[in-house]
Design a protein around this ligand. Structure first.
Ligand code: URA
Length: 425
């Protein structure tokens, strides 16, 4: 097979054959297809798209580039959730223990934050002692003992995706729906979960800015899941405003613990419960305990404490606190009509909660706590946002990111999409 023939075929709008796809992905992973050839192919895919058969086969080829985990040794069904990423999205933290408390096993491989969206592993690493890297045998032991595990993916999982994602990042080819869908699904299917719920975020703070693009991504991923025998459903959820009140690392862990204790912000609770019910239904566990009850009766908190301790963390240890704080107050009275997720995400990132390059450390204490959310009445001078950083020099650029992110109308109402916009199955 010749890379140039495959590139020409896609460039000219032909459907790639299974043999062409298998060869291109495997040869690229082995280093036999050059980076410039794969970048031309990725651009041809971005411009001409892929059929369902092509995207499913591409996903399979990426799965086949590495190991595939499996959890048949467990005595309960496995189910997982993937979020396309947002601002204040700490849902995995209360969700995985809540679903485990309802009887399913949740083997979740998570990622770190890059850019303005946070990463679950960065948040959990703010818990003293907690360890993200586990062997497969350790994952199985934590799953057996607690019902849930959240850890980093090992290097053996879909190595083709790791190589291709790095290439897409520098060749303007990240924004291809078939390439995003196959990238996400290859890792989730290789993780070995039997059922999967996708939280596809929509809005300024999300990858997908419009509901139309988010629906197309969701439909593509649901189809890939079905083609690979993983029961998959997707919820399209709002990311025009931050989720919950806390944006950062330790501040999001603290908020998640409030939810696990039966309290916490209404939107975080609503989404945790909705995704939890979908995860149980996708795993064929419709009659199981309700995740809302698991949050109320302390059973989700019990799983959380055991899951954190099983990965070396001390769930009762004080969380890191930033050295410096700055308060942003309401400039006028009225209704908060806008709190832009992207602006708040960039501000938290500039405060040190996120990283600019993969190798950068994050500040666990940095972040933002919102004291009002869109739709709330505010009074001039009241605290709107608390900003936290380890160094006061970070505040001016964070405040710049917030310019225009906050709108208050003297009389009016916030025109917001619902938290759960749509469901795709
Ligand atoms: N997340 C992924 O894992 N892959 C993509 O291509 C985009 C987001």
């Amino acid at each position: 097979m010749d890379a140039i023939d495959v590139i020409r075929a896609k460039r000219d709008g032909a459907e790639l054959t299974p043999a062409q796809i298998d060869w291109a992905v495997a040869a690229y992973t082995r280093g036999e297809v050059a980076e410039e050839q794969m970048s031309a192919l990725a651009m041809a895919i971005l411009l001409n798209g892929m059929s369902r058969a092509e995207v499913s086969r591409w996903t399979q080829a990426m799965i086949d580039s590495g190991e595939r985990m499996e959890w048949s040794a467990l005595d309960r069904p496995t189910t997982d959730k993937h979020s396309t990423g947002g601002v204040g999205d700490k849902i995995t933290l209360p969700l995985a223990p809540a679903v485990a408390a309802c009887g399913a096993a949740v083997p979740q491989l998570s990622g770190r934050g890059l850019g303005h969206t946070g990463g679950t592993l960065d948040k959990l690493e703010s818990i003293p002692g907690w360890r993200a890297s586990l062997s497969t045998a350790e994952m199985l032991a934590v799953l057996r003992g607690t019902g849930a595990v959240v850890c980093a993916a090992g290097g053996g999982l879909a190595p083709a995706d790791r190589k291709l994602y790095a290439l897409r990042d520098v060749t303007g080819t990240v924004e291809s729906i078939p390439l995003i869908a196959s990238s996400i699904m290859s890792k989730k299917i290789a993780e070995g979960t039997g059922a999967l719920v996708l939280d596809v975020k929509v809005g300024s703070g999300a990858f997908m800015k419009t509901a139309g693009d988010a629906r197309e991504l969701a439909e593509t991923m649901v189809a890939i899941g079905a083609d690979h025998g993983v029961r998959t459903v997707a919820l399209l959820t709002a990311m025009d405003r931050p989720l919950g009140n806390a944006v950062g690392n330790a501040v999001e862990v603290a908020e998640s613990v409030e939810v696990l204790a039966g309290g916490g912000p209404a939107d975080v609770v609503e989404l945790t419960v909705a995704l939890g019910r979908e995860m149980l239904a996708a795993a064929g566990m419709e009659g199981a305990k309700d995740p809302a009850d698991a949050l109320r009766d302390g059973s989700a908190m019990d799983v959380w404490n055991r899951m954190i301790a099983a990965q070396g963390g001390d769930p009762r240890a004080p969380l890191p606190v930033a050295r410096e704080a700055h308060e942003l107050t309401a400039p006028s009275s009225g209704v908060l009509t806008r709190l832009d997720a992207f602006g708040v995400g960039v501000a938290a990132w500039r405060l040190g909660a996120g990283r600019a390059r993969k190798e950068d450390p994050v500040s666990f204490g940095a972040g933002i706590v919102c004291h009002a959310k869109p739709g709330d009445k505010v009074v001039a001078g009241q605290p709107l946002l608390s900003l936290y950083a380890d160094d006061v020099a970070r505040f001016p650029r964070a405040l710049e990111a917030l310019e225009g992110a906050v709108e208050i109308a003297e009389d009016g109402a916030a025109d917001l999409p619902p938290l759960i916009i749509d469901r795709v199955s």
